[in-house]
Structures are given as structure tokens and as C-alpha cells.
Design a protein around this ligand. Structure first.
Ligand SMILES: O=C(O)CCC(=O)C(=O)O
Ligand SMILES: [Fe+2]
Length: 331
């Protein structure tokens, strides 16, 4: 692709470079091995109520394995467009698995078209069971793709359950609190590719438009290119600079609703003006489709009255996809 690689960024797309001590890096080894869960829970509480996101290190997933998934993801996105379109997400109906081309999903549709391309994987089912549950579509010419990406998905499911234990403890709940909401949870393993943008770059086309994530928790692996921007509580955009060996963790709307805004689901977006191809691997875990999410009694106080009505996880999540996917909007 021939692009003007010198970007002239619109002022609306600038992010502050905050020092790392404002964006916590939490060592989660004591949560994983059980040696000091409460100490980690305390750091999680600080992070999710103040900055709304955090990096985690010592998460137990070998970097070489993460790198191998990045490698196969790059090879997938390098395939010719017709091969990728054969696996288009619309072919999976409401299971929402497969390839999404640039501008095929717009996360901030009133303002921005998303330049990213994605590939979505979910829990394997032999038939279409309903929204978010069906069979995956796999590229025939990359046999190792399914094995690597699905293994990664499985590891993320396990890690997310550990992190949700830490989040439960951080809210003074029993560590098993989320388990009863997550017997058959919706989860999406996504691969992302952001081509670089040059020339004038305005809000109308960027990597991914400003949005909050829809569900419970996101675990993001990013490469070393950079471009993630996160809005803090003051409404400033700050850079989510890559830190080798970490995952970026943020919560989605459902945890913000559950905590009655005590925890923040940050707005975030990606603006890749680095001149390099950027790849990231987010994993999204939610609750069961029918799980009812409503504010915890402990988060509703005189100073923070109830802000949300109960909603089911599936209703909320599908509703948010419906406005960002062209093929669902037409359905
Ligand atoms: O690629 C990234 O860094 C962020 C991706 C993201 O926000 C998303 O997929 O929801
Ligand atoms: Fe996101």
C-alpha cells in the first residue's frame, strides 16, 4: 500500500504522554499462586477506580507463545483480500465469528470509520445456538492458525477467571462471585491489524473509534508499535504505551454498571500514525447471555445513588454490536 507516512494529526487526536506511575503495572503473581490475593485486590481496586485500566505482569502466559499468535495473526492478515472475505463474519450469522474488513465495523459510527481489520473467534460449537455461540470459521491455507489462536483463547478464559476473582475480592465480594454469572459466558477472541495512517489524520477515519468495551473484562496484548489512547477520568486522552511482557486490562460497561460507576469503563481508541503496521490481540469475557447485571448493593450509597436498571449481559452486548456492524444493522 502506498501511503503518505508523515502524519499531520488533527488536534482532536492528540494524547498526553503520562508517566507510568499514573497507569499502574500490577504484578499478579500473588493472585495466581494464592500467596497474597488481598494485596493484589487492593492494587486492582486502586487501578480500576482511579485510572480505569492497568497493565498486568507475571501473568503466567509465556511471551514466546503470545509472539507465536502475533506471528500467525500477521500471516493471516497478509492473505489476499478475497481469501479473507471468504471467512466474512456475516457468513456466521449472529454467532459473529470470522473476518471483518476495514470499515466493516465502526465502533463510534456517528463520528468515525474504523480502519482496522479483525478476525473473531469464540467458544467452539457445532451449530448456531444463538447470538455469540456457533462454529468458528478457519482459514484453510493456514493450518496452524486455528490451533494457536484457539489455544490462546482457552488460556485467556482461564486468566480472565483469575482476574475476575481479584476483581471480586477488590469489591469485598467472595472470590467466586462471578462464577455463578459465568457458567457458559460469552467470550470473543479477536485479532486486530491497524494499517498506518499518513497525511492529514482526523477523527473521521482512525484505527478504531472511541468506545468503551461492552462486557466484563478485556485482556489486550499489543505489539511494540503503540497507538492505543485511553481517556482518563478528567477526560484527557493518555497514551497506553506498550510495555513488553504485560497485558493491558480494562473493564467494560457491565462491570461499570455492576459497580454503579465506582469502577470505570474507559473510553479508548487507536490512532496509528507510527508509519508501521500495528497488531493487537484483545480478548473479551462477559457473563452468560441471560445473566442479569445490576448495581451491587455495596456500591449504592447516599452519595452514589443507583445509576442503572438491571440488564442482561446478552441484551446489552448484542445491542452494542448491532449499531456498529453493517450486516447486523441491515438484518
Ligand atoms: O487494539 C487495541 O489496542 C484496542 C482494541 C480495542 O479497543 C477493542 O478491540 O475493543
Ligand atoms: Fe476496546
Amino acid at each position: 500500500m502506498s501511503v503518505d507516512l508523515v502524519a499531520r494529526l488533527d488536534d482532536k487526536l492528540r494524547a498526553k504522554r503520562e508517566s507510568f506511575d499514573k497507569i499502574p503495572v500490577v504484578d499478579i503473581a500473588p493472585l495466581l499462586d494464592g500467596s497474597n490475593k488481598q494485596a493484589v485486590a487492593k492494587q486492582i481496586r486502586w487501578a480500576l477506580s482511579n485510572t480505569g485500566f492497568m497493565y498486568v505482569r507475571n501473568h503466567g502466559i509465556p511471551q514466546e507463545f503470545v509472539d507465536s499468535v502475533f506471528d500467525v495473526s500477521r500471516r493471516f492478515f497478509d492473505l489476499p483480500m478475497p481469501q479473507k472475505m471468504e471467512l466474512h463474519v456475516s457468513k456466521s450469522d449472529v454467532a459473529l465469528r470470522g473476518y471483518i474488513e476495514p470499515f466493516g465495523e465502526n465502533t463510534d459510527p456517528s463520528k468515525t470509520k474504523d480502519l482496522k481489520e479483525c478476525f473473531d473467534i469464540g467458544p467452539e460449537r457445532s451449530t448456531l445456538e444463538g447470538p455469540f455461540f456457533g462454529s468458528n470459521q478457519w482459514p484453510a491455507t493456514l493450518p496452524e492458525f486455528s490451533e494457536l489462536t484457539y489455544a490462546y483463547h482457552q488460556k485467556m478464559v482461564i486468566l480472565s477467571k483469575t482476574l475476575l476473582k481479584g476483581i471480586a475480592l477488590s469489591l469485598d465480594l467472595q472470590e467466586t462471585h462471578f462464577e455463578k454469572l459465568m457458567r457458559n459466558p460469552i467470550s470473543i477472541q479477536r485479532l486486530l491489524h491497524y494499517p498506518p495512517q499518513g497525511g492529514y489524520v482526523g477523527e473521521n477515519i482512525i484505527g478504531i473509534g472511541a468506545h468503551t468495551d461492552y462486557g466484563n473484562l478485556t485482556i489486550l496484548a499489543q505489539d511494540d508499535v503503540g497507538g492505543l489512547q485511553v481517556m482518563n477520568r478528567d477526560g484527557d486522552w493518555v497514551e497506553g504505551t506498550p510495555i513488553h511482557g504485560t497485558f493491558v486490562i480494562n473493564i467494560g460497561d457491565l462491570i461499570q454498571r455492576l459497580t454503579n460507576d465506582v469502577y470505570l469503563a474507559n473510553m479508548h481508541r487507536v490512532v496509528n500514525t507510527t508509519g508501521r503496521e500495528r497488531y493487537s490481540i484483545p480478548f473479551f469475557i462477559d457473563a452468560d447471555f441471560d445473566a442479569i447485571i445490576e448495581p451491587l448493593a455495596s456500591c449504592v450509597t447516599d452519595g452514589n445513588p443507583r445509576r442503572y436498571k438491571p440488564v442482561t449481559c446478552g441484551q446489552h452486548k448484542f445491542g452494542r454490536f448491532a449499531v456498529s456492524y453493517a450486516h447486523l444493522a441491515k438484518a
